[in-house]
Design a protein around this ligand. Structure first.
Ligand code: ADP
Length: 402
């Protein structure tokens, strides 16, 4: 079965074409700056060079059409005709309380995703544009929605309720939902495989540290807590997001800095985090380099970030009554031995320590704790596209006769 995986952001589309026989990526691509000047598609067929195509890409419909044209192109395409695509898997950010698993997209499901736009006004609309474009361009091809929030729907009420009047939860669905669910699930499953055990017998703390960053406590196969909340703004300090702050700071800043709701939202989402603390960059590579040159605020941003991650790890050990494995994933988690070391330094009381030699790894699956550590530490590159493709495959193989 050949599956087209689409991940539509507000101005971008990431896609992959995956042949589920051997789970081979046939091609992948990225469309950037949709609706803006300088829009382009970068298309990479497996084992070939990337092709860059600049074009006017006014909306997601045109973007998806370009991706499909590239996949079927005479020169750099990987399939001859569109009907070789058996199914489509879409990343959908918010499934609210409606969706606790991946689902085949029907009219009812589509309305459910639309209803979740109210709680995810930035994220769900572009996901919907992608779904609608694929439905139009590939009529009759089954489409599956895979939600970022679904894996966390197992959280108990104690973990997801905020200290607000209960009516606000009932009326507006104001609660913790959590995100990066496909990534947390994938790395926990992979870690269990690496330990030759079942995820349902183990407790993991999964640290997804990228531009967006979140941590999850996964107890016996189920997410029981996670750091992102009602939106992806809560929790850790991130590239440009503040993470958790005293909520009283919001009206204070609005008054003192003369900001309206939209402006404060933008301030906390795009101008805060490690960018805000360092005043330099939202990219840890820049901060590590600047800190090495003696830049104090870059060093401070690194220190604050690592401290917060460590605090969450401690909190989740308490929430689960122990831990069997700590997992690092996403851009920073996979690629920064320095940050992993900094976060784990001092966790010896848990029965674990990083092996400095093993920790020298970047972007590869590896156990990096010292031999015979009671708590294992892993680096596991995440693969959200593969999880989307697998879920799509599992749902569609019941309905497609191959
Ligand atoms: P996104 O949330 O956008 O998917 P990624 O998972 O791609 O983010 O992570 C991007 C971040 O990972 C970068 O901003 C950078 O801070 C960090 N990163 C990537 N490679 C390295 C590296 N070699 N060393 C340190 N940090 C890195």
């Amino acid at each position: 079965m050949i599956i087209f995986v689409a991940n539509c952001g507000s101005s971008s589309i990431k896609y992959q074409l995956i042949n589920m026989e051997g789970e081979a990526v046939m091609a992948k691509g990225l469309i950037e700056r949709i609706g803006m000047d300088g829009a382009k598609l970068s298309h990479t067929p497996a084992d070939k060079f990337t092709v860059d195509i600049e074009a006017v890409i006014p909306d997601h419909n045109v973007g998806i059409k370009m991706a499909l044209d590239a996949l079927t192109h005479e020169e750099y395409g990987v399939i001859k005709k569109l009907d070789e695509i058996d199914a489509v898997g879409h990343r959908v950010v918010h499934g609210g309380e409606r969706f606790s698993d991946s689902v085949l997209i029907t009219e009812v499901v589509l309305n459910g995703i639309k209803a979740c736009c109210e709680i995810a006004p930035l994220h769900n609309p572009p996901n919907l544009y992608g779904i609608e474009a694929c439905m139009k361009l590939m009529p009759g091809v089954p489409q599956v929605a895979v939600f970022d929030t679904a894996f966390h729907q197992t959280m108990p009420k104690v973990a997801y309720l905020y200290g607000l009047p209960y009516e606000m939860y009932v009326k507006y669905g104001l609660r913790r939902y959590g995100f990066h669910g496909t990534s947390h699930k994938y790395v926990a499953q992979t870690a269990a495989e690496m330990m030759d055990e079942h995820m349902t017998d183990l407790r993991f703390i999964s640290c997804h540290l990228g531009n967006g960053a979140s941590i999850a406590a996964i107890k016996y196969g189920k997410s029981i807590d996670t750091s992102m909340g009602y939106t992806p703004l809560e929790g850790l300090i991130m590239g440009t997001r503040s993470g958790e702050i005293d909520p009283a700071i919001i009206p204070f800043l609005m008054e003192k800095e003369n900001m309206n709701a939209q402006q404060i939202d933008d301030y906390l989402n795009r101008r805060s985090g490690i960018l805000g603390i360092s005043g330099l960059s939202s990219d840890f590579r820049d901060l590590e380099a600047a800190a090495n040159r003696g830049d104090e605020r870059s060093q401070l941003a690194i220190d604050v970030f690592a401290y917060k991650v460590k605090k969450y790890i401690g909190g989740y050990v308490a929430a689960m009554g122990g831990v069997d494995g700590i997992i690092f994933t996403a851009g920073l988690g996979e690629n920064s031995p320095f940050m992993r070391d900094k976060i784990c330094n001092g966790l010896e009381y848990l029965g674990t320590r990083i092996d400095p030699e093993l920790n020298k790894t970047r972007g590869e699956r590896k156990e990096i704790s010292v031999p015979r550590a009671r708590v294992k530490i892993f680096v596991i590159p995440t693969n959200e596209e593969l999880v989307i493709a697998r879920d799509t495959f599992n749902i569609c193989r019941r309905i497609i006769k191959l």
